[in-house]
Design a binder for this molecule. Structure first.
Ligand SMILES: [Zn+2]
Length: 198
């Protein structure tokens, strides 16, 4: 017996709907993938890339992981970046974090079992740096404001990592159009904010 029938049923309805609106929809989508955007976002189920920026399949190349990290040691993320920039020639790379990120919260708390602990290690460093900057130092129960500030700082930190990557530098040196963006999403109102805009 087929498992999760409700999901297959929803899929069938969606496929019918798309074809109802545009009989050539899937045919065209098969032909070409040329998204202008690469989205690097959190794996959190409440932050689905296409939905919150209103884009259709084919319009955004997506990479998601816990706490939207760009780690040069992460082969998956590096391969995505290489493909997106060198082959798809995306014009924008968007790192999108969100307030209330569980990954950031975990990095503020007690040590966990690996692999989660290993994954969170760049965030532990960020949490430590922010503590030593004099913000909320010595707090055993970090405030929500501090947590949310760390969510923003994490985005800035990932954009800085992106800036330093050879794949990004090489694209710029050869004159390819490529902009990097740091955004944060608010679960409370569903709105995005550009952290790099004044
Ligand atoms: Zn998250």
């Amino acid at each position: 017996m087929r498992q999760l029938p409700e999901l297959f049923e929803a899929n069938r309805r969606w496929s019918e709907q798309q074809k109802g609106r545009d009989p050539l929809y899937f045919e065209r989508l098969c032909g070409l993938q040329r998204p202008k955007y690469l989205w690097i976002g959190c794996a959190d189920s409440r932050v689905p890339a296409n939905t919150i920026i209103g884009l259709e399949p084919g319009e955004v190349f997506v990479h998601r992981n816990i706490a939207n990290l760009v780690n040069p040691d992460d082969t998956n993320c590096m391969a995505i970046l290489q493909y997106a920039i060198d082959v798809l020639a995306v014009e924008h790379v968007i790192v999108c974090g969100h307030y209330g990120c569980g990954g950031i919260q975990a990095a503020m708390g007690p040590v966990l079992e690996s692999p989660l602990e290993e994954w969170l290690s760049p965030l532990r460093q960020l949490v430590q740096q922010c503590g030593s900057d004099g913000e909320q130092t010595g707090t055993s129960n970090p405030s929500r404001a501090h947590w949310y500030t760390l969510c923003e700082k994490n985005v800035a930190s990932q954009v800085a990592v992106l800036e330093s990557l050879p794949v990004v530098r090489a694209a710029r040196e050869r004159g390819q159009t490529l902009s990097l963006h740091g955004w944060i999403y608010d679960l409370h109102d569903g709105l995005l904010r550009d952290l790099r805009a004044a």
